[in-house]
Design a protein around this ligand. Structure first.
Ligand SMILES: [Zn+2]
Ligand SMILES: [Zn+2]
Length: 146
């Protein structure tokens, strides 16, 4: 049985548990964004690791907080995760079927956002610009079935 997690705003222990290593392992295997639910299924089906869904959510949250994982929102608003492979600010073109991601930046957008914030005296501004579609791999899968 798991003990109840106590949410704390001070940094909890960052000891890598077996569950955390398992989640990291699965995240490291794929370069695509996955939801907690999808990772949970992968852990069970492919690795037979009995990690509870709540634990998966908590571990992913911690990994994201620590900057180990990066998060992205799905079109549905659900959080998606993958291992961070760069610290730069980026946007993603995401496949809505498989989570394959292409990173891109638009310098003009960054500049505009910066100017807008400055003009209205906003601090600590962030922005999200995501583009969703169907990747070539998924497109050929669909076309192949017809
Ligand atoms: Zn795809
Ligand atoms: Zn940006």
């Amino acid at each position: 049985m798991e003990s109840l997690a106590v949410e704390s705003h001070s940094h909890p222990r960052r000891r890598a548990t077996a569950n955390q290593r398992a989640v990291l392992h699965v995240l490291g295997e794929i370069d695509r964004f996955r939801s907690a639910q999808q990772l949970y299924v992968l852990l069970h089906q492919q690795y037979s690791l009995p990690v509870g869904l709540t634990s998966v959510y908590r571990i992913l949250h911690t990994l994201a907080e620590d900057g180990v994982a990066e998060t992205q929102r799905a079109e549905t608003g659900e959080h998606l995760y993958r291992i961070r492979n760069g610290s730069d600010h980026r946007h993603y073109l995401l496949c809505r079927h498989c989570g394959r991601a292409v990173a891109f930046t638009v310098p003009a957008l960054e500049e505009n956002a910066h100017q807008l914030a400055k003009q209205h005296h906003y601090a600590d501004v962030t922005h999200y610009v995501d583009v969703y579609g169907i990747c070539p791999g998924c497109r050929s899968n669909f076309e192949g079935r017809q």
